[in-house]
Design a protein around this ligand. Structure first.
Ligand code: AMP
Ligand code: MG
Length: 307
């Protein structure tokens, strides 16, 4: 998944840990688009040709990803694959593509052209050259499955960290403290910590994967409307929610909305909370019903969503 995986348990149970890692591996094998073979790649290879039947789990995730992509003004787009492959951000050979290359690929990224058949559990990409990319949500989905598995095994307290996606089970000593990284700082630099119990904490930031060209940083969260990296005043968004899949979808949605509209949308969603870090060193918190935030870096100012 391109990031380290850390599992914290309170019992010395190597067998359980090994089973968790096998579970993660199995889901990654099904969902990846960074290798030639996977269930999602089978769908991509058949673009413009025929529908492909997938497992129940993969189908459900693709269905959820399509729904998030069809939301009005959504920055999330499961069909973003051709643009992700063009930019290659985070991989060897990344570069700013020519305007014409981007313009050519935009018509291959229409989520409405991902055709689902609930009865057959099949996925059909209507146009040759289309590609599904679940990179923005695969970790969230897998983190949720690991949580379900651990609960099934009777584990009440654990921390699952899939690099950016943290799922906290239970609440040792009252809460888990999850760090919020300081954008573009050293690996251990934190803006603050979020205290939660039984919650997912997902962060998506423009400092995670990027390259520099022509004096500008180009990061890995693309705006499906333009084909270029999303450009606004946000450096990272952290979402606190029950399910990590929701956190993963919402970080991308909120990125696209920006601070003001993001805050407005969140006022209607009691189950989703956000922490924005902006380029001008503001930490903007939503209602804080589900978490407590402690600022550790006093070069940042805290403000609320209502401000
Ligand atoms: P995350 O780190 O969770 O924000 O996910 C970033 C990854 O999601 C990228 O590396 C791409 O694979 C993919 N991606 C980039 N832009 C979008 C988008 N607008 N919608 C959905 N997935 C995207
Ligand atoms: Mg994500």
């Amino acid at each position: 998944m391109g990031s380290p995986i850390v599992l914290s348990l309170f019992t010395d149970d190597r067998d359980l840990a090994a089973r968790v890692f096998r579970l993660i591996q199995r889901y990654e094998d099904a969902l990846t688009v960074n290798r030639a073979v996977s269930q999602v790649m089978a769908v991509n290879h058949a673009a413009g040709l025929h529908p492909v039947k997938v497992s129940g789990a993969v189908y459900d995730l693709i269905r959820c990803a399509k729904a998030a992509s069809m939301v009005n003004d959504s920055a999330f787009n499961l069909a973003i694959g051709p643009l992700v492959k063009l930019w290659r951000i985070g991989f060897q050979g990344s570069r700013v593509p020519a305007r014409e290359e981007i313009a050519e690929r935009l018509p291959l990224t229409r989520p409405a052209e991902v055709i689902l058949n609930d009865h057959e559990r099949s996925v059909f990409l209507a146009r040759a050259g289309m590609e599904i990319d679940l990179g923005a949500i695969a970790k969230g989905y897998i983190a949720d499955r690991v949580r379900d598995f651990l609960r099934q095994q009777g584990v009440e307290q654990a921390l699952i960290n899939l690099g950016g996606n943290v799922l906290a089970l239970g609440s040792p000593q009252g809460a888990w403290s999850v760090g919020v990284k300081k954008p573009f700082a050293a690996a251990d630099g934190l803006v603050g910590v979020v205290d939660v119990a039984n919650k997912s904490v997902v962060t998506s930031g423009i400092y995670e994967r990027w390259f520099e060209q022509d004096g500008k940083r180009w990061h890995h969260i693309l705006d499906p409307r333009t084909g270029y990296p999303l450009d606004n005043d946000i450096e990272s968004v952290t979402i606190v929610s029950d399910d990590s899949l929701d956190g993963d979808v919402w970080t991308t949605l909120i990125y696209g909305f920006g601070v003001e509209k993001g805050c407005a949308v969140l006022r209607q969603r009691e189950d989703i909370e956000a922490i924005f870090i902006t380029k001008n060193r503001e930490v903007i918190l939503s209602s804080q019903r589900q978490f407590r935030f402690t600022l550790l870096d006093d070069s940042y100012r805290i403000s609320g969503c209502t401000a």
